[in-house]
Design a protein around this ligand. Structure first.
Ligand SMILES: *Cc1c(COP(=O)(O)O)cnc(C)c1O
Length: 435
């Protein structure tokens, strides 16, 4: 598979090149130049197929020219010590639980695959890399956990001092080993500016093989398609294809679903469920894409006013809102509706769901009321990550997942630094430059 830029200004690159450069040189996002027809392979998966086997077969089929089958097997084994799980919720609605990974949210799938891919490529080339990530909390911890103890990889996390929760800080600062946490005197924006400045410094970038692992990396996006195919292999029937409902913010998750459809996964309809930050549902209705400043909601991982993956979605539909709207229906869900769904699901099924999943369930119920037979809803986070909101909606205080609470008792280890590039640059050279 070759990748080109959504802005059209770069030659096709290999998967490896796309993974290590992150953003395309013209500032666009990499997307697949051509989508392969994998109907035959996808049709062979069924409810007995192990997720790791599916991941291995898909990796081989997509990237066989760069990753041989032995490497694909190694990669799937090393990335996925956890699997998606299906749970019937109510008549016509099934949850696809994507939160059984180390940081209890679906972003673990992308981060785990990306780290295993980078490790594999670096091993073959006998190279090392330094991953530099600026974080406001959650994404950084998914990346740090995924890259922890990977060979030939050092991880440097920049986080704003005093501006992340205690739990988030502990997740970033207690791993040790190849993960180094830098506590930056400044805001999240300062951290991002600092990371950007480091990547712009060609000398620093080259000498350390400085690499990013942010959410627009195609190595994080592609593996998210695997769990859609897994869900359809388990729940799909030839007679009535499924609808799949995706709680969305930056629209990476939905993009991955669209890729799976392009490769031949049968699906009747996608539902793009958002909170009131609904520029994409609006676009699907009106044909006008109008980015705006995001507003804070209870499903805060979806508070995105200008979703970066919109460019990739447009590319798949060749810029036609008609074609996109035929396959994808948008639904907007308010905080009040989110809380009400959480309350009802708890009352009726005795189940706690997180606010992001609740946005999806609300949209799925609406679509069922319009006649849809069966809808799969992506459950994107463990309810235990959103204690306050879950308690407010249901009166029940959920348990913090054990893999998260375990870090609370460990000692914090972080290096305090200022927000200037000189200090960061000196520290990185000192720690990671060999000779
Ligand atoms: C990131 C995130 C989302 C949104 O996913 P996108 O790929 O950005 O659309 C939804 N739910 C949770 C819990 C998230 O962390």
């Amino acid at each position: 598979m070759r990748f080109v830029s959504t802005r059209g200004g770069s030659d096709p690159v290999t998967f490896k090149e796309a993974v290590f450069s992150g953003l395309a040189p013209d500032g666009g996002l990499f997307y697949p130049k051509e989508q392969p027809d994998l109907r035959e392979l996808i049709g062979r998966f069924n409810d007995q197929t192990d997720f790791r086997v599916l991941a291995r077969e898909m990796t081989s089929a997509l990237f066989g020219d760069e990753i041989d089958s032995a490497a694909a097997g190694r990669l799937a084994e090393r990335a996925f010590s956890f699997s998606p799980a299906l749970r019937p919720l109510e008549e016509g609605i099934v949850l696809l639980e994507l939160y059984h990974g180390p940081t209890c949210a679906f972003k673990d799938f992308g981060a785990a695959f990306l780290s295993a891919v980078m490790e594999e490529f670096l091993r073959l080339e006998r190279r090392r890399a330094v991953i530099l990530v600026a974080t406001s909390g959650d994404t950084g911890s998914a990346v740090a956990r995924a890259f922890h103890r990977k060979e030939n990889i050092e991880v440097v996390i920049l986080y704003p001092s005093g501006r992340v929760s205690e739990l988030q800080e502990k997740q970033l600062t207690t791993l040790g080993g190849n993960v180094c946490a830098l506590e930056v005197e400044g805001s999240f924006d300062d951290c991002q500016r600092l990371a950007k400045a480091a990547f712009m410094d060609r000398n620093l970038k080259r000498s350390l093989n400085l690499t990013s692992a942010n959410s627009i990396n195609p190595g994080r996006l592609i593996p998210q398609s695997f769990y859609y195919i897994f869900a359809v292999a388990n729940e799909g029937t030839e007679e009535s294809p499924l609808c799949i409902c995706v709680p969305s913010g930056n629209f990476g998750n939905l993009t991955a679903g669209i890729y799976a459809w392009k490769w031949g996964m049968p699906v009747a309809q996608f539902l793009a469920a958002t909170n009131i930050n609904d520029v994409v549902p609006e676009y699907l209705k009106s044909g006008f894409f109008t980015p705006r400043t995001s507003q804070a909601t209870l499903s805060n991982a979806m508070d995105v006013g200008n979703p970066s993956n919109f460019e990739r979605l447009l590319a798949e539909f060749e810029g036609s809102v008609r074609t996109m709207a035929d396959l994808t229906r948008g639904e907007t869900v308010s905080d009040a509706q989110t809380l009400e769904t959480m309350r009802q699901v708890h009352e009726q099924q005795g189940l706690l769901i997180d606010p992001h999943t609740a946005v999806g369930v609300t949209a799925a119920r609406r679509y069922r009321a319009m006649g849809a037979e069966r809808v799969i809803v992506l459950a994107t986070a463990d309810p235990g990550k959103f204690v306050g909101t879950v308690e407010r909606a249901t009166g029940v205080r959920p348990q913090l997942p054990p893999s998260l609470s375990a870090v609370l008792d460990l000692p914090k280890v972080a290096i305090p630094i200022g927000a200037g590039l000189d200090e960061l640059s000196a520290l990185l050279k000192d720690r990671y430059l060999v000779d």
